[in-house]
Design a protein around this ligand. Sequence first.
Ligand code: MN
Length: 234
Amino acid sequence: MQTVFPPHSPALLPVVGSAQTYPVRRVYCVGRNYAAHAREMGSDPNREPPFFFCKPGDADAVIAIPAGQTGGIAYPSATQDLHHEIELVVALGKGGSDIPVDQAAGHIYGYAVGLDLTRRDLQGQMKAQGRPWEIGKAFDQSAPVGPITPRQPDAPPMTGAIALTVDGALRQQGRLEQMIWSVDETIARLSTLFALKPGDLIFTGTPDGVGALTRGQVLHGSIDGLAPLQVRIV
Ligand code: MN
């Protein structure tokens, strides 16, 4: 049976050390998963637990940035306040529902450095009105992701530094151990809400230091042990 137009192809992420690519299905994101970022966004991490939102998983939203390249990301329409959020991205290799925390790690295919780009002004307006966040979070090119580094079998949870520089100046800096929900807890919780599948990405939240971007700036995101991510806002 022919389709009425060519079917859309998924975003394909390069895999470190492999000729194969990783086809993306969905993008789940954790909000306020680092206490210092929750505070800078005006909430109390002791009273409000992290939460989930989504971005599209298609190749217009998820932009694969190959190793060693500086990917061009268009400054989006309808905002005067595009913000960077550097995040650890977990790529699932195995799906499931109601995954126990102690089995969650076995569902991970690998890890990458990603940016949860945000129209902060629009997100703020939607928050104030109690409306959905999509116009602030789910726009085209809102999710640049670097190459996936496969997880080794029986590897311990990821630890180490996560950082973002803009034109060489340090903007965000934290440690993965500072997450409020660990990666394993996040997978377990998410799997009670959605049936997870291979190809699902989870953006695990950003440390503090989020801020505005302008055209021409170069962002360099790094996480210990992973291929770095570099993009230029154009
Ligand atoms: Mn985020």
